[in-house]
Design a binder for this molecule. Structure first.
Ligand SMILES: [Fe+2]
Length: 167
């Protein structure tokens, strides 16, 4: 995996999935950065240019992004150790939850809203976004179901807006 093989344009979600799959097979790029913290998700920028950004994220069961979207970016996630839970919000019903284990990946477009939590205490995932993340939408769902979106910088760590909504 060399970064200069990436095309000089925005990548679609399937191309991003190929990028994270190739990185999964290049542990020398990301393995040295793996570390875990219950208090704060551990994440490291592996690469960023004008078309794509790539991150390593490490998760314990206590790490939770909260509900968010990726503004205008598409994305792909490859789990390379342990397992993540991906949650998708359903208005008026139970939210969807699926477990994504080591070796599996998923991708999404800008319309996607989700929340990621660690499903094991040693989960490691590689994420690629195009265009590169700049702002994201962070959601709060109140107890009576009212949903609000807040625009946040990609540099702000995503976490649940209100701790009481984290269950
Ligand atoms: Fe996300």
């Amino acid at each position: 995996m060399t970064w200069d093989t990436l095309p000089a344009r925005a990548l679609d979600k399937r191309e991003l999935r190929d990028v994270v799959a190739r990185l999964a097979e290049a542990p020398e790029v990301w393995r040295p950065h793996v570390a875990f913290s219950d208090e704060q998700r551990h994440y490291v920028s592996l690469y960023r240019d004008e078309y794509v950004d790539v991150w390593l994220l490490c998760w314990t069961r206590r790490n939770d992004t909260g509900w968010h979207d990726h503004d205008i970016s598409s994305g792909a996630v490859q789990v390379v150790q342990g397992a993540l839970a991906e949650h998708n919000p359903r208005i008026g019903g139970d939210h969807l939850v699926r477990i994504v284990r080591d070796g599996l990946s998923f991708c999404f477009g800008p319309e996607h809203i989700h929340r990621l939590t660690g499903a094991t205490n040693d989960a490691v995932s590689i994420h690629a976004y195009s265009p590169p993340l700049w702002r994201l939408g962070q959601y709060d769902i109140s107890g009576d179901g009212l949903m609000r979106r807040m625009s946040v910088s990609y540099a702000d760590e995503l976490r649940p807006v209100t701790p009481s909504t984290a269950a």
